[in-house]
Design a protein around this ligand. Sequence first.
Ligand code: PRT
Ligand code: ZN
Length: 289
Amino acid sequence: MEPTQTLRIAIQKSGRLTDKTIRLLQNIGLVFDGYKDRLIVPIQNFDVELLLIRDDDIPEYVQDGVCDLGFVGANVTAEVGADVTVLRDMEYGRCRLSIAVPKNSRFRTPQDLDGCRIATSYPNLTHAWFRGQGLSVQTVKINGAVEIAPRLDVADAICDLVSTGGTLKANGLEELTVVFRSEAQLIRTNRPLSQRKSDLIDKFLVRIGGSQLAERSRYILMNAPKSALGSITGIIPALKSPTVLPLADPDMIAIHSVIPIHQFWEVMEELKAAGATGIVILPIENMIL
Ligand code: PRT
Ligand code: ZN
């Protein structure tokens, strides 16, 4: 049978990664509607379709070539051990797989858990980590609400995903150590793809790069005395040289630029000190360099 020419992208049907992935796909120019309650969603302006499935199925579907691309947590791909290529770390869905123990228990170090029972949805990653420490544990596979296992005496400790740590705290558990750091990733099948599909993937990767850069950047506008231009342009770590515009007051100018968000506050104070006023920061939808 001829492989389909339609590029198929797997995304999580309903869960923590769904909204951000949908927003990203819309942001890079894919037009579609009605993705809720549908398994396959055609893209109107490209020969692409989305397959909406449980995240656990995504790595294997991509590995087997059922889908060409997939957006899924690194934790899921690593647990399954799928043979796929990671094209991009997506910078959302960040979390860590951690070992947690009941507060005030006798377990103070991972060594204290040697031979113990660990409840987890990630038995492969858990075993691999303990093995790497020269320790061995029994895993109890639980698919949801892993955090209640110690209270039910189903396990001595857990190995579960953590983002804020609120769930652990609410269940009287404390984090002992991080086993695996994760974020959403774009994965690609290792099966050979047609030139047409490869070209389309390259095109999307450029757009995703622009979208990620935009997410990390802000557009900044400010007014300043003309005499402060030198010191202000020295402060702005702009991607390109800033735009400088005249104002009605001949001694004043407007300066526009793009700055990385992580420098935002630091730069802000320096700019004010240099004489900038009316500073406005705007989000950027996308950027093509
Ligand atoms: O139905 P489906 O199988 O598709 O979804 P799912 O229920 O298996 O996964 P889902 O939607 O919960 O998570 C999808 C992906 O989001 C995960 O595979 C991770 O890559 C990522 N992610 C990021 C997280 C978290 N943060 C997270 N905090 N996944 C789960 N959690 C859970 C964790 O298991 C625990 O129950 O949130 C709780 C802890 O959160 P905090 O904030 O209290 O620490
Ligand atoms: Zn899942």
